[in-house]
Design a protein around this ligand. Structure first.
Ligand code: MV4
Length: 505
């Protein structure tokens, strides 16, 4: 199999840069694609070559398969890395790459097909002997049939869209009394999200953990797992904090879940990096939820504790190299990732795009910042508002939490609002520190995590004292026109400089 010499990265932001960094280390040339909103983006500057693919909306740029393939041919790229999101789990794009003679750095289309639809994935997993959440394998056709099935397995149940995951078209049903409205809304949301209104039923699991296993396979069927990531800190099905090892896993449970994840990947002839998601209940039973057939946002925590470069492994697997490891590496130390978003937690996490006027990025020992932005960059409002992933490593979980908080306290982003304080709040919350937080944590502790009245009041107090110092200094400046420190302002000191000079912390 020929070596890959030039990779087109069909993505933007931090993940495009992440992929290009490894390419450079491997001596592989890189091609960026960008939309009109991303002309000055960092991924464009990072690549050896860059091509405009269309207007800002991703439907008209990053998602246009024909255009991306055209750029691949024009630039002489022999492979495409899709990153995550966009075309990364699109089986028809994988087939189009194959037809065009370009290597898709990812799993085969058939593996994506086998895992894409939830009911099909469940049927495939049952066949393979992988435990799935108890429920139906086929979509349920009529509300009568559904009610009957629900009564058979017992309430509460979950109605889920067959078409796809991510919490869309999902409804908890307590009993017969709220069945009909849940049925209707699940169906209509499934239709608008996936263009498919099929719905099936699962037993509802109370307060589950979301634990996922990273798997990796070469083209010859050699498959390993690379341990888990605890991803229970989510809000509205968006992960906010991820860590590994999971504080709730024992070595025995890790080995068991890893073995099942490998079984799942082998059952669909998986190749490359993939993630098998599980729900873990209060009794520590685990159930297959879905498989993500791509490199994930949170892959850095796995890289921290295994020492592996997952992107390099993806490229090697795509080139047809044999997997160099045949059993799971023992996790070394602890890693935590927090996702920094351009959003305002106080305004219901509304996206806060705009120009970054000042930026200080954390550093120091065992701190990694995967970012797609820089000072002067305007965060577009067309895409996901995640601006960086901050990840840290330390020998123990407690030290990793302390390090992540220290790194967050160094982070300065001005011009836009971010969730940095909110992230600090999560890492300080006793439930997070205790390690047994489930998927209800962020929603349940929403108010506490928004910052106590105390911190809000202290902000007001700080503003008031700055204003007070400013007014006082203005008075002084008037009565003493040649105040000390003047000179460079033509005899008058800037009131701002005086206010800052006199401010006491
Ligand atoms: C569930 C569940 C409880 N019981 N299924 C949410 C996203 C989708 N991928 C699956 N999800 C859930 N499925 C049953 N049968 C609870 C969730 C869930 C959840 C799962 C993972 C991470 C965060 C979550 C937050 C709320 C609910």
């Amino acid at each position: 199999m020929p070596k890959i010499r030039k990779v087109l990265v069909a993505n933007r932001g931090e993940i495009a840069i992440r992929v290009m960094r490894t390419c450079k280390e491997l001596g592989i040339a890189t091609v960026a694609v960008f939309s009109e909103a991303d002309r000055s983006a960092l991924h464009v500057r990072t690549a050896d070559q860059a091509y405009l693919v269309g207007p800002p909306p991703s439907r008209e740029s990053y998602l246009v398969q024909e255009r991306i393939l055209e750029v691949a041919k024009q630039s002489g790229a022999d492979a495409i890395h899709p990153g995550y999101g966009f075309l990364s789990e699109n089986a028809s794009f994988v087939r189009a790459c194959e037809k065009a003679g370009i290597t898709f750095i990812g799993p085969p289309a058939a593996a994506m097909d086998a895992m894409g639809e939830k009911t099909r994935a469940r049927a495939n997993m049952i066949q393979a002997g992988v435990p799935v959440v108890p429920g139906s394998t086929e979509p349920i056709q009529t509300p009568e049939e559904a009610r009957e099935y629900a009564q058979k397995i017992g309430f509460p149940i979950m109605l889920k869209a067959a078409g796809g995951g991510g919490g869309k078209g999902m409804r908890r049903v307590e009993g017969l009394h709220d069945f009909d409205s849940a049925w209707r809304s699940a169906k209509s949301e499934a239709m608008s999200s996936f263009g498919n209104d099929s719905v099936y039923i699962e037993k509802y699991l109370e307060k589950p953990h979301h634990v996922e296993i990273q798997v990796f396979a070469d083209q010859y069927g050699n498959t390993v797992h690379l341990n888990e990531r605890e991803c229970s800190a989510q809000r509205r099905h968006q992960k906010v904090v991820e860590e590994t090892p999971s504080p709730i896993l024992t070595p025995e449970l890790r080995a068991k879940m890893g073995e099942v994840a490998v079984k799942a990947a082998k059952a669909v002839n998986y190749v490359g990096a993939g993630t098998v998601e599980f729900l873990v209940d209060v009794h520590r039973n685990f159930y297959f939820l879905e498989m993500n057939t791509r490199l994930q946002v949170e892959h850095p925590v796995t890289e921290w504790v295994t020492g592996l470069d997952l992107v390099a492994m993806q490229i090697r697997a795509a080139e047809g190299e044999k997997l160099p490891l045949f059993e799971a590496p023992t996790p070394r130390g602890h890693a935590i990732e927090v996702r920094v978003y351009a959003e305002d937690p106080a305004r219901n996490f509304m996206p806060s795009p705009g120009k970054i006027t000042h930026l200080r990025v954390p550093g120091g020992p065992n701190v990694r910042d995967d970012s797609g932005v820089f000072a002067g960059f305007t965060v577009p409002n067309f895409y996901d508002p995640m601006i960086s992933k901050l990840s840290v490593w330390a020998p123990t979980r407690a030290e990793a939490i302390a390090r992540a908080k220290r790194a967050l306290s160094e982070y300065v982003v001005k011009g836009i609002t971010t969730n940095i304080r909110y992230l600090h709040g999560i890492l300080s919350h006793p439930e997070f520190v205790g390690g047994d937080y489930d998927t209800s944590f962020l929603t349940r502790e929403h108010t506490a995590l928004l910052g106590s009245e105390d911190t809000q009041l202290s902000e007001v107090a700080m503003l008031a004292s700055t204003l007070h110092a400013f007014q006082r200094d203005q008075k002084r400046a008037k009565s003493l026109p040649s105040a000390a420190g003047a000179g460079d302002t033509g005899g008058r000191i800037s009131p701002w400089r005086l206010a800052l000079k006199n401010r006491r912390r």
